[in-house]
Design a protein around this ligand. Structure first.
Ligand SMILES: O=P(O)(O)OC[C@H]1O[C@](O)(CO)[C@@H](O)[C@@H]1O
Length: 442
């Protein structure tokens, strides 16, 4: 049967190394499932594919349909885990030029940077169009989406008046607390809940991902089915039968060997944001206490012409994980050319995917020969079902991997440091003392 398959045969892993990790993996599995490990109050994502609020799910579908009917433009306001999952799904599963040919609203992202130029350009692009907005923030206090939303809220109220604007703004946030919850209730926006026990980077199957993904016309039911099946399949406690745990184990073995950088590789441009989402998942979950694999990503074959040299020949502290989509959505056959000036006639009758796969195989062997272990995740095809399964695969492996590493995979204390400095430098009340100290250092 077709399924996602993890192949570490090119990872230079010895079988006894896997054996040695059998019991640590079992321990991590027990910590995760019995909720006895660090960060155990953030494990709501583990059973979410079966425990999610079904009424809210129906409400998401209704809201998505309304947005598709009454909007030319849909803006997703959020940062990090509050937008990367939706963006990853929409890009991986939609037309490559979605906004040009969409039969639903054009989709734009805001609140994921602090650029006035970007937001001003966005306001220019949406001028004269009917707009709906989904503002997504678990804490409700993140600076980037809060600033963008303040600007967009004022734009919507000026354009539609308060009453109509509130029917076009959807807030996804905490069930009870936070600035966005208070604002949404005061203004009367339709709201969706990010459960207390699901952290941002694990929240794609909650309304955080589901509403924007449904607005893009994608099948969220099928995506949830993928996650649901993955939940059962990757619950298997025996390392030898669980590919998700094998991925966690192999990363750990390579890390201990000094392979401290993992490069996620794809051969389809539409997968770029899956890697962006994955970078946050692993970066925030594992990079702490002076430990962790640095997650990086490249788009091949594009980046073979920029990063290829380094990967082949630079410092040998990295390994690659290739996301290989076995059957492409579409393909083109290369035709014969009478003049053959480009010398490509030897490829006549072959498809672009055939060439792409040979680029993959050739690169794989070259990099392995260059001492870069390669792990391969074979995904039969990119559809909603396998997307859901793949996302859950990475989430589960991340939890196990974090416990193997001896960190709390579900917190992110490190991201507060820059925020404190930024708030102090901005003159936010309560940060006066720190401001004094920092100003002297700049
Ligand atoms: O949903 P929020 O609370 O706005 O947070 C957005 C992102 O910011 C972070 O808290 C990091 O600053 C991430 O963990 C999170 O995904």
């Amino acid at each position: 049967m077709e399924n996602i398959k993890f192949d570490y045969s090119k990872g230079a892993i010895k079988q006894h190394e896997i054996q040695y990790l059998k019991s640590p993996i079992l321990k991590a599995h027990e910590m995760l499932h019995n909720k006895t490990g660090a960060g155990n109050d953030f494990l709501g994502w583990v059973d979410y594919p079966i425990c999610y609020d079904k009424d809210e799910f129906e409400r998401i579908k209704k809201a998505a349909q309304k947005i598709r009917n009454d909007s030319d433009v849909f803006i997703i306001v959020g940062i990090g885990g509050s937008y990367l999952g939706a963006r990853a799904a929409i890009e991986a599963l939609s037309h490559s030029f979605y906004n040009e040919i969409a039969d639903g609203p054009k989709i734009y992202f805001a609140g994921n940077n602090i650029s006035g130029t970007y937001l001003k350009h966005l306001l220019e692009v949406i001028e004269g169009k009917d707009v709906s907005i989904n503002v997504i923030s678990k804490s409700g206090t993140t600076t980037e989406p809060a600033i963008a939303f303040r600007v967009l809220k004022a734009y919507m109220e000026e354009k539609y008046g308060k009453e109509e604007a509130k029917k076009r703004i959807y807030a996804t946030t905490d069930s009870k607390k936070g600035a966005l919850r208070t604002l949404a209730e005061k203004e009367g926006y339709e709201t969706f809940v990010i459960p207390d026990d699901v952290g941002g980077r694990f929240s794609i199957f909650t309304p955080v991902g589901m509403l924007p993904i449904a607005v893009a016309g994608l099948d969220i039911e099928q995506m949830m089915n993928g996650a649901k099946d993955a939940r059962v399949e990757y619950m298997e406690e025996d390392l030898e039968k669980n590919m998700c745990y094998q991925y966690a184990a192999v990363r750990n073995i390579l890390y201990r060997r000094g392979k401290t950088i993992e490069v996620m590789v794809n051969y389809e441009p539409s997968l770029h944001y899956i890697a962006e989402w994955w970078k946050q998942l692993y970066g925030e979950s594992e990079g702490k206490d002076g430990k962790g694999i640095f997650p990086a990503a490249v788009d091949f074959s594009t980046d073979l012409h920029s990063m290829g040299q380094y990967l082949q020949d630079g410092r040998r502290d990295l390994f690659e994980t290739v996301l290989n989509i076995e059957s492409p959505k579409l393909d083109i056959t290369i035709k014969e050319d009478e003049d053959n000036l480009d010398g490509l006639n030897y490829l006549k009758g072959k498809t672009m995917d055939f060439v792409n796969k040979k680029a993959f195989e050739g690169t794989l062997l070259a990099h392995v020969d260059g001492s870069v272990p390669n792990l391969i995740l074979n995904v039969p095809k990119m559809n909603e079902y396998y997307f859901g399964k793949l996302i859950y695969f990475f989430e589960k492996a991340c939890g196990i991997s974090g416990y193997l590493l001896g960190v709390n995979p579900f917190d992110q204390p490190g991201v507060e440091s820059y925020k404190k400095n930024m708030f102090a430098l901005l003159g936010k009340p309560g940060y006066e003392e720190l401001r004094e100290k920092l100003i002297k250092r700049i």
